[in-house]
Each structure stands twice: as structure tokens, then as C-alpha cells.
Design a protein around this ligand. Structure first.
Ligand code: HEC
Length: 512
């Protein structure tokens, strides 16, 4: 079960006056949420972790609780003013920042002792590569959906608030999840069993798995680092996200597997660097900084294997998209400016003419009139941008209903689906883009007023599955040719769904 940890009372020194929020917290909340708010049986309550919870919602949760969970309402015990004070206080940072050391990481690891034998027979009939893993945010569960019959075949409780997409081992048998509060889970899709769990941080963004399945790496906001593990979730090492001189540190926005390069690429949020961490045992040594004295090289070089190689930039980049060979990466800065970086020369090679805050992380590619194009939604403007991947020049801007988050297609489909999730008026509508004419050919609004987003195709591209992201929501299945609804599968706020085949084969129609 959950690792328990030791209270660290001194962080409560401020605001610790009788009746103040710190004291109320220690008395009523710390037993579940941790004395320094790092979390425990209940989720962490720190500003980084509460980014997606509005303060008004926090007030409501503290007063009324969350039905069917251990979080009971405190309205009978605490006054309105006390509840408000607590709700305000949990959004203030803890000083000094809470730590999560390698000892904490190791102590947290849970292994399923009754782990199944590793024979290679799934416990279900059907195509193990056409399974969908559906993350249900409503009650924090994961459903496994058979992509042939389009029916759920297994469901289990996940850690609180899974973050970033789950990642599959190269053969598609294992799937790894990361939770907002730092828990990684390894699940066996053939036996329907959790194999191991480990808490790698206090606030985690996402994880990546190496192309050979040997390494798993997690990107953390808190502490500011990357955590490298083996495929069984045993800690290998922590890579603190600091500048070369050690003076500055950074949150890590995301980490990706760059399979053809045998390396992980990490995006740092607060220092203008991109990191490449090679998992090739033969990687060339790393020479940080400026080496002029060649005689000294041997003394100065760091092993290239599992150490960060730094690419210095003018500004930090947040959101990434790679070309097919992973030699180039497109990124956007906080101001929304795009640029292209060569990972081989390790510097910027082009500016990207995109101004609407492109959401590169969910960009897709396809062949259009003989050339590869990349398409991305924009988080601030209602349009899909199409870019030529040879010249990095814009080809077309397709107007959509509103700013969107996800864009999805499949090699076998002539259509791409885009949402307008960021727009209150259009969040209920999926728009279908014809990949040849580059125009919107259909609007789908099966449930007016309810958020509809995040499409993933079946392995063969025949059906498109979309999420009706309500607590009493559903996966809505559309026929990939007629665009008619063919089925509805009830789900508790299905956030994302991930098809094993499309992910392990890096389908050009989906993000990786
Ligand atoms: C018995 C254990 C327990 C106690 C005591 C408790 N909580 Fe919780 N709390 C939880 C659990 C479990 C959840 C997650 C519920 C869910 O699944 O949505 C939660 C959720 C929350 C959330 C929502 C977090 C999010 O990210 O959605 C807030 C805010 C919160 N608690 C504040 C408090 C405060 C303030 C107190 C003290 C007044 C308190 N809790 C006491 C167990 C507890």
C-alpha cells in the first residue's frame, strides 16, 4: 500500500498561530495529506499539484467532501472562514520546498508479490495489440477496452490523477502510468495485474520508456529533476535539473523517447536548455562548456551513457514535436514562439512562423501532395496550422470552431479529428478535416454542451473513439468512413485512450 512518511513539523512554523490554517491543517488534514502537504493516503496539496483545481472547487471539496472517497466534508466541523483560510493556504508554497530523496523513492516501492508467471498467454481472447487503455479521471480508474469488439474487458483503480499519456513496453505487453503526485505504476496487460509501483517525486509531469524497454524516466516539477529507473521500476539514478554552474534549477516539463537516437529528450521549463540523455552504452562522452585544451578532454569528459547532454537555447521551450528521424525538434516558448532545433548540431536552425500558441505535443503528420506535413492545433486561436516539414514554411491555416487541444488521425483514414476544447461555445464539437483538401468537412456534436475531445483510432483505422469528458461520460465510437456514431460505452470522465498498436508503432496519426 501507500508508503507512510514522517512528519516534518518545522515547515509549519509560519502561520502556526492558534486557529490559523497551518494549525487547522495539522489537526484535521495532515493525517491523510501529509504534514508538509506532500500527500499520503490523500493527494498532495501544493501549488504545483493543484494547478488544475480552481480555488472555488477546493473550498467546495473541503466543505462537502468528495462522494465515495475518504475525503469527507468539513462543513460540520469547521466554520466557513476556516474552510476558506485552508483553501487559500494550500495554494501557497511550502518553504523550504519539500524534498523527495532517493531513500524516499526506494522506500516507496511496492512490488506485487503474487505477480503472475511470465508465460506469454494473455488471460483474454482477442488481439492484445488492439487493446485500448482508457484513463478515467472521474473516479481515478483505468479501463481496458477490446478494440475488436469495442467492449471493456477489465477495470482497476489507478493512482490519484494520472498525468501525461501512459507508455507501452516495445512488445505492447506492459503499460506504465505516471500520476500527478509522482506515482509510477507498471501494469501487465496480458494478465491484468499491477506488477510494481514507486513514487518518484511529489509532482510529476510524465514518463517515457526507452525503445528497448530497459529504462523508464520521469519528468518532475517537484523536486526539480528527472528520475531514471529500470523496466521493473527500480531506481537507477536521479538527474537534478540544474544549470551547468549549479546556480539555477528548473522544473522539467516533459520527457520523450527518441528511439532512433537511443536517447531521451527532456524539456526544461525554467532554464534555456534541452537535454538529451542517451541510453546507448556506446554513446560518445559529453564535454560540457567550452573545451579549448584538447589535451584535457579525457579529464573533462563525462560518460555519454545515462548523463545529460545540454543544448543551449535563447529561451526555454515547453512543448515539443519531433521529425520522423528525431534529428530535429520543433518547440514553443512560453510566449508562444516556435523554433526548430537540430539535435545533431545542437542549436536552433529555423524560426517557426506560428503565432497562435501551437500545441505541438499533440501534432500529427501525413503525406500531402508528395511531401510530409505537420498539423497542430493552437491553444489560443481557433485554427489548425499545417506546416511543410522540409522547409518549415506554413502551408495552410484551417479555421476551426475554437482553440483546440488534440488532433488525431490514422494512416488508413482520410480524416483528421480536431476538438475545440478550449472554447466554452465549441467544446462539445469535434470537427473532421479532410487530409487531402485541407478543409473541415463535418461537425460532430452528439451531446450539446458537453466536452467532446481526444480521438484515437482502432489499430486498423476503421473506428475513431472520442471522449465525452463528463463524470457520467462515455467513449463515443464513430465509423471512420461514414462518420456516423456506432456505439457508446459509458465511462467516468474518460480523459484519454491509447491504442497499443498505434502507440508502439508510432502511428503518424497520434502523439507518442
Ligand atoms: C481521511 C483522509 C482525509 C482527510 C482527513 C482529509 N482528506 Fe482531503 N482528500 C482525501 C482523499 C482520499 C482525497 C482524494 C479524493 C478523490 O479521489 O477525489 C482528498 C481530496 C482533497 C482535495 C482535492 C484535491 C484535488 O487535487 O482534487 C482537497 C482540496 C482536500 N482534500 C483538502 C483537505 C483538507 C483541507 C482537509 C482538512 C480539513 C482534508 N482534505 C482532510 C483524504 C482526506
Amino acid at each position: 500500500m501507500l508508503g507512510a512518511w514522517i512528519a516534518c513539523e518545522q515547515t509549519m512554523a509560519d502561520e502556526g498561530g492558534a486557529g490559523g490554517p497551518a494549525q487547522l491543517f495539522a489537526q484535521h488534514c495532515a493525517s491523510c495529506h501529509g504534514a508538509d502537504r506532500r500527500g499520503g493516503m490523500g493527494p498532495a496539496l501544493l501549488p504545483e499539484n493543484l494547478e488544475r483545481l480552481r480555488q472555488g472547487e477546493a473550498i467546495k471539496v473541503i466543505g462537502e467532501g468528495r462522494p465515495a472517497t475518504q475525503m469527507q466534508g468539513f462543513a460540520p466541523t469547521l466554520s466557513d472562514a476556516q474552510i476558506r483560510a485552508l483553501a487559500g493556504w494550500i495554494y501557497t508554497p511550502v518553504f523550504p520546498a519539500p524534498q523527495w530523496t532517493s531513500a524516499d523513492i526506494k522506500a516507496s516501492r511496492v512490488e506485487n508479490k503474487e505477480a503472475p508467471s511470465l508465460d506469454d498467454k494473455p488471460v483474454f481472447k482477442g488481439d492484445p495489440l488492439n487493446l485500448f487503455v482508457v484513463v478515467e479521471g472521474g473516479d481515478h480508474h483505468v479501463s481496458i477496452l477490446d478494440g475488436d469488439s469495442l467492449t471493456p474487458i477489465y477495470r482497476f483503480a489507478s493512482r490519484f490523477s494520472l498525468h501525461g499519456g501512459p507508455k507501452f513496453s516495445p512488445n505492447g505487453r506492459y503499460v506504465y502510468f505516471a500520476s500527478r503526485d509522482g506515482w509510477l505504476t507498471k501494469f501487465d496487460l496480458w494478465k491484468f495485474k499491477i506488477l510494481a509501483e514507486i513514487r518518484v517525486g511529489i509532482n510529476t509531469r510524465n514518463l517515457a520508456i526507452s525503445d528497448d524497454g530497459k529504462y523508464v524516466i520521469a519528468a518532475n516539477y517537484l523536486p526539480r529533476n528527472l528520475v531514471l529507473l529500470d523496466g521493473d521500476l527500480q531506481l537507477i539514478k536521479i538527474l537534478p535539473a540544474t544549470s551547468l554552474d549549479g546556480k539555477d534549477s528548473s522544473r522539467v516539463s516533459a520527457v520523450y523517447d527518441a528511439a532512433p537516437r537511443k536517447s531521451f529528450i527532456a524539456a526544461l521549463k525554467d532554464i534555456p536548455e534541452v537535454w538529451e540523455i542517451s541510453y546507448d552504452p556506446n554513446a560518445a562522452p559529453i564535454f560540457d562548456g567550452y573545451v579549448h585544451d584538447y589535451k584535457m578532454q579525457e579529464g573533462l569528459g563525462k560518460p555519454g551513457f545515462l548523463n545529460p547532454r545540454r543544448i543551449q537555447l535563447a529561451a526555454p521551450l515547453d512543448d515539443f514535436f519531433f521529425n520522423a528521424s528525431y534529428s530535429e525538434v520543433m518547440g514553443t516558448s512560453r510566449e508562444g514562439m516556435g523554433q526548430v532545433i537540430s539535435l545533431d548540431v545542437r542549436k536552433k536552425i529555423a524560426d517557426l512562423p506560428l503565432a497562435g500558441m501551437p500545441h505541438l505535443g499533440s501534432g500529427i503528420t501525413w503525406k500531402w501532395k508528395g511531401r510530409m506535413v505537420m498539423a497542430t492545433t493552437n491553444l489560443k486561436e481557433g485554427r489548425v496550422s499545417i506546416i511543410d516539414m522540409e522547409t518549415w514554411q506554413p502551408i495552410k491555416e484551417i479555421p476551426t470552431c475554437g482553440p483546440g487541444f488534440f488532433l488525431r488521425s490514422h494512416e488508413n483514414s482520410r480524416y483528421a479529428f480536431v476538438d475545440s476544447m478550449m472554447s466554452p461555445a465549441c467544446k462539445d464539437t469535434l470537427q473532421v478535416i479532410d487530409k487531402e483538401s485541407l478543409t473541415v468537412v463535418k461537425n460532430l456534436t452528439p451531446e450539446p454542451g458537453k466536452t467532446l475531445a481526444h480521438v484515437e483510432f482502432t489499430r486498423d483505422g476503421r473506428y475513431a473513439l472520442a471522449s465525452l469528458m463528463e463524470n457520467k461520460g462515455a467513449i463515443i465510437v464513430f465509423d471512420g468512413v461514414t462518420l456516423k456514431e456506432v456505439k457508446r460505452i459509458p465511462m467516468s470522465k474518460p480523459i484519454g485512450k491509447y491504442n497499443v498498436w498505434n502507440k508502439i508503432n508510432r502511428s503518424e496519426g497520434t502523439s507518442h
